[in-house]
Design a binder for this molecule. Structure first.
Ligand code: ADP
Ligand code: MG
Length: 245
């Protein structure tokens, strides 16, 4: 489903260059549910944004299904985003409309895409456990419920790939569990490939595979490129264990 090789992303502003991804190699199989972990600033969001067509890669290979995201033209990129990916952020509430109902919030993007499918909109609300609340205005829903509406919206166009950037970052642990259950169900029952960026190790334990990113590389690649640094890290770990003893 996803194939990245030597993926590089450089942000340039004024005279400053930030290398956010420095040759990332990472593949994700169709139907996989995986998590990406890593320190803040390690390039997790950059990677997800590139997969979601929100950011352009600087170099390397990055393919999602049939789409070559390095060579793709802007017009095709719009089509790619619409047809292939669903995106969920930490704070989706900003993108929701408080005075419309949950159902209307889901129908709105469908309308913008030219076709409202009310039956599917209702089914989406059922999937995210909000069937009973579909006629409530968004502002009457809790943060966690709003986040679940956002998950529903991300599925409007029947995406084959769901990208979630810290989706449980601002909800309580009960809601976080619920969101993970929804992801698992979508993954199992409709076969959506899911990539979740998270800080939460507990959450990372609930997926098929976890990949750690470090300074814009997978941690395996990082260690290969910085063997001495890793050696130093291990020495200092031993040292502190020794000191504790
Ligand atoms: P993470 O999501 O792992 O915290 P990011 O992908 O957001 O990390 O950021 C990786 C690096 O790229 C950081 O050094 C960050 O400051 C930089 N970066 C991210 N987005 C931009 C941008 N739009 N312009 C300049 N630098 C950016
Ligand atoms: Mg981030």
């Amino acid at each position: 489903m996803i194939h990245c090789e030597g993926l590089v992303k450089i942000f340039k502003s004024d005279n400053v260059e930030v290398v956010a991804l420095q040759g990332l190699n990472l593949s994700v199989g169709a139907g996989e549910m995986m998590a990406i972990i890593g320190n803040s600033g390690s390039g997790k969001s950059t990677f997800l944004n590139i997969l979601g067509g929100l950011d352009r890669p600087s170099a390397g290979q990055v393919r999602v299904g049939e789409w070559d995201l390095l060579k793709i033209e802007d017009k095709q990129l719009v089509e790619y985003k619409r047809k292939t990916v669903g995106f969920i952020w930490q704070n989706n509430a900003r993108n929701l409309l408080p005075y419309l109902t949950a159902l209307e919030n889901i129908e709105m993007p469908m309308m913008l895409n030219g076709k409202v499918d009310r039956g599917y909109a209702k089914q989406l609300l059922e999937w995210v456990g909000l069937k009973d609340r579909m006629h409530n205005k968004l502002q009457q829903l809790s943060g966690g419920e709003q986040q679940r509406v956002a998950i529903g919206i991300s599925l409007c166009n029947h995406p084959s790939l769901l990208l979630a950037d810290e989706p449980t970052g601002s909800v309580d642990s009960q809601t976080s569990d619920m969101i993970m259950d929804i992801f698992r169900k979508l993954n199992k029952e409709i076969g959506v490939t899911i990539v979740i960026v998270t800080h939460d190790m507990e959450l990372a334990g609930k997926v098929d595979r976890v990949v750690a990113i470090r300074d814009g590389l997978t941690s395996t690649e990082f260690i290969k490129r910085n063997p001495n640094l890793e050696e130093l890290g291990r020495l200092s770990e031993h040292k502190s264990t020794f000191e504790e003893e």
